[in-house]
Ligand binder design. Structure first.
Ligand SMILES: [Zn+2]
Length: 346
């Protein structure tokens, strides 16, 4: 029997695209005073992320181990983000630089966790691990004289859900759904962990506060963009394989539930969110054949975002680099671009 053709009007997702055509985001940047617009949208964006506001508990950092590495010293710590929510992290200090260091917060996406960032086995952190797709972000930092704070994001690696026999593969799915039931967002909780990571860095004496960036691939890139957009203490960003239009990516191609922000398109497209990072330096990394971020849509979103840097007199401080393959980081392209932007000054 021939497959039955379905009218587009029967598709709920097609209807959402139709709805979006009729209801463009209310706070999309449409020219004018970009600084004022940013203040308005940043407040709204933090509210959409449901970022916890109010008093913060003590960080109570504790060291689990410290190890010498050929590129520097790596310490594994745990700090408290919220009461009942602790964050494991690696603190990596470069051998070839002197404090105060420039820093990067490094974030993995849907991998087996932050152990990728330092290239060690997940179960035995003394064993080297062959990292694919240049996801050994912290080693890339150490080679270039940056210190790194590698955070285990909620739902990934050591913070993956293990107690639930879920019929879905993603170790973040349950937490994404339960956070929504509570009126929170998992992405907002991840951004809050980053904010608390900055609080931790601010307690240290070896941080150049004028140079604290954030980087990551996929779900790590998404958290990088959202964190830099929401948190003015972040001075630059290098998100990879995570930026596109919400319309052509999240509304049109399956994405993990952990990176959806309920209500965001009522107010802003992704270009507007990225534009909250302006005029700070930002390198957007994309893959030419990334199946979940179609390149033409990435380029369109980038052009839209770049208008915001231009409005703030910083057109040269945002750059798109496109690697030849798929959904991964491209260290050899991204790092020279980032270092070039940092040399322009802030
Ligand atoms: Zn996820």
């Amino acid at each position: 029997m021939p497959a039955r053709r379905r009218a587009p009007e029967f598709s709920p997702s097609q209807y959402h695209l139709h709805w979006l055509d009729a209801h463009p985001p209310k706070l999309a940047y449409r020219g004018g005073d970009a600084k004022r617009w940013q203040a308005q949208l940043r407040k709204k964006f933090r509210a959409l992320l449901k970022l916890p506001e109010g008093p913060k508990p003590p960080l109570a950092p504790r060291t689990l181990w410290t190890r010498e590495h050929e590129l520097g010293r790596i310490e594994k710590i745990v700090y408290r983000s919220e009461p009942g929510a602790d964050v494991p992290a690696y603190v990596c200090l470069p051998r070839n630089a002197q404090p105060p260091y420039p820093w990067f917060v490094c974030l993995q996406g849907h991998t087996t966790g932050m152990h990728h960032s330092i290239g060690v086995d997940r179960e035995d952190e003394s064993k080297p691990f062959a990292v694919e797709g240049d996801r050994d972000f912290a080693l890339g930092c150490l080679k270039r004289g940056f210190a790194a704070l590698c955070i285990e994001q909620r739902g990934f690696g050591e913070r993956a859900e293990v107690a639930l026999a879920a019929p879905v593969k993603q170790t973040c799915h349950q937490a994404a759904m339960s956070s929504a039931m509570l009126g929170r967002t998992l992405l907002g909780e991840r951004v809050y962990d980053i904010e608390r990571g900055l609080d931790y860095l601010w307690t240290r004496g070896d941080v150049d506060r004028s140079s604290v960036g954030v980087m990551g691939n996929s779900g790590g890139g998404t958290a990088s963009i959202c964190a830099a957009a929401a948190l003015p203490r972040i001075t630059h960003a290098m998100p990879s394989c995570s930026f596109c239009t919400y319309r052509e990516a999240w509304l049109s191609i399956h994405h993990c539930a952990c990176s959806y922000i309920p209500g965001v398109l009522e107010w802003a497209e992704y270009a507007d969110v990225l534009g909250l990072i302006a005029p700070r330096p930002c390198v957007v990394v994309a893959g030419a054949v990334d199946p979940i971020s179609p390149l033409p849509a990435v380029r369109k979103a980038f052009r839209d975002a770049k208008r915001i840097w231009k409005a703030l007199g910083a057109e040269r401080k945002v750059k798109l680099v496109v690697g030849p393959d798929g959904h991964r980081f491209y260290a050899d392209l991204a790092w020279p671009a980032l270092e070039g932007l940092l040399r322009l000054g802030r």
